[in-house]
Design a protein around this ligand. Structure first.
Ligand code: N7H
Length: 481
């Protein structure tokens, strides 16, 4: 297995930059490609070689398809990118249906990335200590006019206590381990590097399609050569597709719904039942502890525990962690047909993994992140949510598959009208077909009905994050003719 070229892979693909609590995502349009290329040539990009310290500033960059074309990347090379990236997140009705981007979440209403918004060419990702991030942004922003760049949106982020997301649950726990990079961990969680970084062997033992150039197209010999000795120059190697979705979370509606569904016969609130139902929906308790390991009560000692399966942990039927919960359906581990509980089931699951690098945005509904306080806070006018970001090398087989075949699928794993209880689109096309959450139990299961949509899409785009040499190569491209 070839070692990963860590100095050429942009750092955020391999590392979450957990030591840096400040982050800011800048969406930019290129108005003067020549000036932008000069700026690109001087940009100091963080590689994946070392983990940043708390005092570091990290910069990474990604491009839309339109952005690459604007910089002069040739059309025959652009044609070698994945179809999803070429078409974009919003171009077809088909893709909107796959992603559940309908109704209030339809791209026409998006703040950015939609058909009514301004063109987005680049995504600049800045990471620093919380108290340094504003200054870091200002330093970079000062160079934008001279670099021919216009700010379309500056997306700020927030670090919530306990590494939580806005509903109040610890996030950023479960990630696939990358073969040849991460230390070996739970068997079945180590995935071929080519699933996340192009130019390496993927879960099928093959190289995923990517732009390969002739030596004449890279006269300065900047790009790496292909690993297969074909003589081509590999523009894709050490790069990855970045999926960005700005997802707003209706936290008040979420907790009010749970409060309503768990009231006693006498109409009194039942905070313990409320918390348990919410945790059943997530598949982990607020601390992060997995329900498979501790089904009846939270246990903060298990906060970062990711060492479990479903069938292999004695929960084939979902009595501990419901079959339709968010974590179980977004990574079913060993629960996939045709042979749940088997090695084969785990191998099939490895074709549908993503590396998540999202960050929360907007102020918390209650600073304590306690459900009781969130309920007392009532409706807030300010938006909050998750800048969902993930990396994969095959958007259709990884991110879109999870979203369509698992998250938004009401028939997931033998269920009937149950889409994802947290982030499902509630059958955006046909409202009667979704919005149920089934809690498997003996002697009888419980069905919670009428779940509203808690998460809406406010913006998004597919980007490509090239290897560092490939960024340098872009900086040398001649102006398009
Ligand atoms: Fe999810 N949440 O707070 O409820 N997610 N997610 N997600 N998610 C996970 O394991 C959340 C979203 C995955 O391997 C946890 O890190 C929210 C999308 C996957 O066991 C929590 C939003 C997609 C996993 C949340 C959101 C995914 C995962 C548990 C949107 C893909 C790992 C903590 C606002 C299409 C599963 C953890 C595994 C875990 C939440 C979005 C996928 C708490 C609020 C769009 C693969």
């Amino acid at each position: 297995m070839p070692a990963l070229e860590l100095t050429d892979i942009q750092g955020i693909i391999l590392r979450g930059y957990g030591s840096l609590r400040g982050a800011c995502f800048v969406l930019l349009a290129v108005d003067d490609p020549g000036a932008t290329k000069r700026w690109l040539g001087e940009l100091d990009l963080r590689s994946g070689q070392t983990r940043p310290s708390a005092a570091d500033t990290c910069v990474n960059i990604a491009f839309t398809y339109g952005g690459l074309a604007r910089l002069g990347f040739s059309s025959d090379s652009l044609a070698m990118f994945a179809g999803e990236f070429r078409e974009g997140m919003t171009a077809t009705k088909h893709r909107q249906r796959i992603l559940g981007d309908l109704g209030e979440s339809q791209p026409e209403g998006w703040r950015w990335g939609g058909p009514r918004g301004e063109r987005v060419d680049l995504l600049l990702m800045l990471y620093a200590a919380d108290e340094q991030i504003e200054q870091t942004y200002q330093r970079h922003a000062g160079r934008f006019p001279g670099a021919g760049l216009r700010v379309i949106e500056r997306l700020t982020t927030i670090f919530l206590p306990g590494r939580k997301e806005h509903f109040g649950f610890r996030d950023g726990i479960a990630q696939p381990l990358i073969e040849g990079f991460d230390e070996p961990g739970r068997p079945g969680n180590t995935v071929a590097a080519g699933e996340f970084v192009l130019g390496y062997v993927n879960a099928y033992g093959q190289y995923t399609q990517r732009p390969l150039l002739s030596p004449a197209q890279d006269p300065q010999g900047i790009l790496p050569s292909t690993p297969t000795a074909s003589g081509s120059r590999d523009f894709g190697r050490n790069g990855s597709y970045l999926v960005f979705r700005q997802l707003s979370q209706d936290v008040g509606t979420f907790w009010r719904f749970l409060d309503d569904k768990t009231r006693t016969a006498a109409g009194a609130a039942d905070p313990a039942a409320r918390l348990k139902l919410a945790s059943k929906m997530v598949g982990r308790w607020p601390s992060g502890a997995p329900l498979v390991k501790t089904p009846d009560a939270d246990n903060p000692q298990l906060a970062d525990d990711d060492d479990f399966l479903y069938h292999g942990s004695g929960d084939a039927h979902g009595f501990k962690c419901p079959v339709g919960s968010h974590v179980r359906r977004s990574n079913p581990r060993d629960a996939l047909e045709p042979d749940p509980g088997s090695e084969r089931s785990i191998e099939v699951g490895k074709r549908h993994r993503i590396i998540r690098r999202g960050r929360a945005y907007g102020p918390p509904l209650a600073t304590s992140m306690e459900p009781t306080d969130m309920l007392a806070a009532g409706d807030a006018t300010q938006e909050r949510g998750l800048h969902f970001i993930c990396f994969n090398t095959h958007i259709g087989r990884q991110f879109e598959f999870i979203q369509h075949t698992w998250v938004n699928n009401p028939k997931f794993d033998g269920l009937y009208t149950d889409d994802d209880p947290l982030i499902g689109d509630r059958g955006a096309d046909d409202k009667d077909e979704a919005g149920t959450f089934t809690v498997q139990a003996t002697p009888v299961r419980t069905r919670v009905v009428g779940l509203p949509r808690f998460v809406h899409v406010r913006g998004g785009a597919y980007f490509f994050m090239p290897g560092i040499r490939a960024v340098r190569f872009l900086a040398t491209l001649p102006a398009p003719v």
